[in-house]
Design a protein around this ligand. Structure first.
Ligand SMILES: Cc1cc2nc3c(=O)[nH]c(=O)nc-3n(C[C@H](O)[C@H](O)[C@H](O)COP(=O)(O)OP(=O)(O)OC[C@H]3O[C@@H](n4cnc5c(N)ncnc54)[C@H](O)[C@@H]3O)c2cc1C
Length: 421
C-alpha cells in the first residue's frame, strides 16, 4: 500500500525548481492550490504581474489530495437555509452554488482541461429511515424553488444506484460531477504559467507588512513588494499567518483506494458511476476511480494514531460495512490532507486590512475554492465589491481559540454518539 495520493499516478507533483523572485509585482498570492491559482490566472490575464508562493509546491495541499467530487452545494441543505436565513436570502445563496457549478464546467470546457470531468450525479444514502424523509423534504424544496430535480430512491430501488443494503434509500442529484483532482490541478497550473504567472515552490511567506500603497512580503529567499496580497492557504495555514489561523479550524480527512476490482464487481457496486455520500455527521464520501477500475473511499479515520496503516484500516472497516464482499480486498493507496472550517461553516471571500482571503471551504473546495479564487481576482481587477452570498458573512474567531482546536475531540465524540443513537 502506497502512502501517497492515488492521483499522483496520473499527475505526479511538479518537480521542485529554484525560481528567481521578482522584487516587485502587482499581486502576491500565497498558496498554490485551486484558490490561489485561479486568482493568479484571472489576474495575469487582466494584465497584472503575479507571483504565487507555495511553502511546498503548488498542489501540495488539498488540491491534489481530494476525492474529486465537484459540487456547488453547501453544508446546510436548502430547507435548513430557508429555516435559518429566510426564503429570499436562502434562494440567493443556493443559486450561487448553481452559478459556481456552471461557471466551473464552462471554465474546464473553454480551457480544454482534460481531467475526466463528468456530471455523473450523486447518490446521498440515508443512514436512518428518518434521514430519508428529511432528504425527500429537502428535495421537494429544491424542486419547488429551482429548476432542478432531486430524485428520491427507495430502499427497494437502491440497487440501481449502489450494490449495497447499507442505506435506507436516498436521493440522486444529477448535476454533481466527478473529476480527477490531480489532472485538474495540473491543467490549471499549466494555464497559469502560460498566462505569465510566476510560481515559486519551496518558498513560504513568513510574514508581511502593509505599508503605504502595498505590502512588504517576507520569504526565506528575500523580500517582495506587492500592491495587492491574496492569501489562499486554507487548511495549511501556519503560525506565520496568525490572523487567518485564528479563524480557521483545520481538520484531517483521509482517503483509501482499493486494488483494481473486476469490472463486473465495479458495475454491480457502482452501476451508474455516481459520486456517493451519506447522511450521518461523520460521513464517508466515495466513488469509482475515473477509469472505473477501483473504489476511492474517504472520510475521517479518527485521530487515535498518525500511522497510515491504522488510518487505512479504520476506513477499510467502514468500506466493508457498506460492501461486505470487499472484506478480503487489498488497498493500493492511503493518504490524507487538511481541510479548513470557519466557525460559521461558510466559506469566506474576505477583504480585511487590504488583504484578500479566499478560504474556509469546509471540505468542499473543488468548485468553491476555484470560484472564490476567481472572485478574489475579480474583486481586485474591478476594485469593487463582487457579488457573493455565500462568502460575505463576517470572518470571526472565537474567544480562547489560538488555532489549537482543543474542542474537536468533544465535537467529534458528540457527532459519533448522535450517529450511533
Ligand atoms: C482527503 C480530502 C478529500 C477531499 N475531497 C473533496 C471532494 O471530493 N470534493 C471537494 O469539493 N473538496 C474536497 N476536499 C477539499 C478540497 O480539496 C479543498 O477545499 C481545496 O482543494 C482547497 O483548495 P485551496 O486552494 O484553498 O487550498 P490547498 O489546496 O490546501 O492549498 C493551500 C496551499 O497553501 C500553501 N501554504 C500554506 N501556508 C503557506 C505559506 N505561509 N506560504 C506559502 N504557501 C503556503 C500550502 O503548501 C498549500 O499548497 C477534500 C480534501 C481532502 C484533504
Amino acid at each position: 500500500m502506497k502512502v501517497e495520493p492515488y492521483w499522483w499516478e496520473a499527475s505526479p507533483p511538479p518537480e521542485p525548481a529554484e525560481t528567481a523572485l521578482k522584487e516587485r509585482c502587482d499581486v502576491a498570492v500565497v498558496g498554490g492550490g485551486y484558490a490561489g491559482l485561479h486568482a493568479a490566472l484571472e489576474l495575469a490575464r487582466a494584465g497584472r504581474s503575479v507571483q504565487v508562493f507555495d511553502k511546498e509546491y503548488p498542489g501540495y495541499g488539498c488540491s491534489m489530495r481530494n476525492g474529486g467530487i465537484a459540487s456547488g452545494t453547501t453544508k446546510m441543505k436548502l430547507s435548513e437555509l430557508i429555516a435559518t436565513l429566510g426564503l429570499e436570502r436562502a434562494k440567493r445563496l443556493y443559486q450561487e452554488g448553481i452559478d459556481a457549478e456552471n461557471w466551473f464546467e464552462r471554465f474546464l470546457g473553454e480551457e480544454k482541461i482534460d481531467c475526466d470531468y463528468l456530471r455523473s450525479g450523486r447518490f446521498v444514502g440515508a443512514c436512518r429511515p428518518s434521514h430519508l424523509d428529511a432528504l425527500r423534504r429537502d428535495g421537494d424544496a429544491v424542486s419547488k424553488h429551482f429548476d432542478k430535480d432531486v430524485t428520491p430512491v427507495s430502499k427497494a430501488e437502491q440497487h440501481s444506484e449502489i450494490g449495497s443494503d447499507y442505506y435506507h434509500g436516498g436521493v440522486v442529484t444529477p448535476e454533481v460531477a466527478g473529476l480527477h483532482p490531480g489532472l485538474y490541478h495540473t491543467g490549471l497550473l499549466e494555464r497559469a504559467l502560460a498566462a505569465g504567472v510566476e510560481v515559486h515552490s519551496g518558498c513560504a511567506v513568513t510574514g508581511y507588512r502593509r505599508d503605504g500603497d502595498g505590502f512588504d512580503i517576507e520569504t526565506p529567499r528575500g523580500q517582495v513588494r506587492a500592491t495587492e496580497l491574496v492569501i489562499a492557504t486554507n487548511g495549511y495555514t501556519g503560525a506565520e499567518l496568525p490572523w487567518l489561523r485564528r479563524r480557521l479550524v483545520s481538520v484531517a480527512s483521509q482517503i483509501i483506494t482499493t486494488e483494481p476490482l473486476p469490472r463486473e464487481v465495479m458495475d454491480r457496486l457502482m452501476p451508474k458511476k455516481r459520486m456517493l455520500v451519506e447522511t450521518r455527521n461523520m460521513f464517508h464520501y466515495y466513488r469509482p476511480s475515473p477509469d472505473n477500475s477501483r473504489i476511492v473511499f474517504g472520510g475521517r479515520a479518527g485521530a487515535s494514531s498518525n500511522r497510515a496503516e491504522v488510518k487505512a484500516e479504520a476506513l477499510r472497516r467502514n468500506l466493508v460495512a457498506i460492501f461486505p464482499e470487499l472484506d478480503t480486498t487489498a488497498l493500493s493507496h492511503v493518504w490524507w490532507g487538511y481541510v479548513a472550517f470557519p466557525f460559521d461553516f461558510a466559506p469566506k471571500l474576505a477583504h480585511v486590512d487590504g488583504v484578500h482571503y479566499a478560504t474556509g471551504f469546509c471540505g468542499s473546495g473543488v468548485v468553491w475554492a476555484s470560484w472564490f479564487g476567481n472572485l478574489a481576482a475579480r474583486r481586485i481587477i474591478s476594485e469593487s465589491a463582487v457579488s457573493t452570498q455565500l462568502g460575505a458573512d463576517p470572518f470571526e474567531s472565537r474567544p480562547l481559540y489560538w488555532a489549537r482546536p482543543w474542542f474537536l475531540p468533544f465535537i467529534i465524540g458528540w457527532y459519533r454518539f448522535r450517529d450511533a443513537f
